[in-house]
Design a protein around this ligand. Structure first.
Ligand code: AMP
Length: 287
């Protein structure tokens, strides 16, 4: 694996891959890598000749300075994990390399409402920052395929929309959520959970799994299932629920009923022990 910190060096690497006719898969990350990230690397290696991973903690997508400052940055461990993986090149730019004019978020796109609900209500401007950095990274890497995780489903929806609006020649593929044995979705933020919060955190995925079963079993209005589930989470000491919602996986608009033609995204966000966690499951005839 080569490690490149400059755009120019990355461009040379990409050029060499293109000359040998290699297809390129790209996995953008913010580091603090875990099996979830590595599953994206594996998928890319399976489908592409060359896999490029970026580690860049993007300042323009953080709404809270504290979250940005506390974001884990275990670079040595990340490099060791990537070296042992199928990653061919790591792009590790410093902030001025990505934002030579300063790390300022500039909203550029109308995402057709995809950015407004769910995370958008609680993290204003977050998706403008995400789409902005992904566009810059795509310009640097010029991949054939971009691999994103379902863990950040709304991010996937917004990035897919940006790629469509910009008519970028890249295929955007979404990969399943990798979980801990007790169901907790793997996340770089999990290392910040204290023992008590970590124990309680499994309630989020358990709630989603139980709701998925209930939805597929019966035809009651979703509200009748969501309200008690919300109330149970709200009543759990140590869990501060932000949202628990059922939306259409295409439009991210709220839905009232499930039917066999619809894919629902059930999603949750909550604070536990000072750490904000998100999770989701898809509900469809096949999921
Ligand atoms: P991040 O470093 O958190 O920005 O994540 C980088 C990529 O890894 C994003 O596309 C995430 O959706 C994806 N990802 C994060 N956690 C998981 C997980 N538990 N399973 C699968 N993909 C994940």
């Amino acid at each position: 694996m080569v490690c490149l910190t400059q755009k120019a060096a990355l461009a040379e690497f990409v050029e060499r891959q293109r000359k040998r006719g290699a297809s390129i898969g790209f996995v953008p990350t913010m580091g603090a890598l875990h099996q979830g990230h590595l599953s994206l690397v594996d998928r890319s290696a399976l489908e592409c000749d060359c896999t490029i991973v970026s580690i860049f903690v993007n300042p323009t997508q953080f709404n809270q300075v504290e979250d940005l400052v506390l974001y884990p940055r275990p670079l040595e461990a990340d490099m060791a994990l990537l070296s042992a993986s199928a990653c061919d090149a790591l792009f590790l730019p410093a902030v001025p390399e990505i934002y030579p004019g300063g790390a300022v978020v500039r909203p550029q796109w109308d995402f057709g409402g995809l950015d407004k609900g769910l995370e958008g209500q609680f993290r204003p401007g977050h998706f403008d920052g995400v789409a902005q950095v992904v566009k810059i990274l795509l310009e640097c890497v010029q991949p054939d395929v971009l691999y994103l995780g379902q863990k950040d489903f709304q991010q996937y929806a917004v990035v897919r929309k940006m790629v469509e609006l910009e008519q970028l020649p890249v295929d955007v593929r979404v990969c399943p959520i990798i979980r801990e044995p007790d169901g907790l979705a793997m996340s770089s933020r999990n290392v910040r959970l204290g023992a008590e919060a970590r124990e309680k955190a499994k309630a989020l995925s358990q709630t989603l799994f139980a709701l998925r079963e209930q939805i597929k079993r019966g035809s009651s209005p979703l509200q009748d299932l969501l309200d008690p589930a919300r109330a149970a989470l709200e009543a759990s000491p140590g869990i501060a629920l932000e949202y628990l919602e059922a939306v259409d996986a295409e439009t991210l608009e709220p839905v009232q009923e499930w039917n066999q033609t619809l894919t629902i995204l059930l999603c949750v966000a909550a604070w536990l022990g000072g750490v904000r966690l998100i999770d989701n499951v898809l509900v469809s005839t096949t999921a």
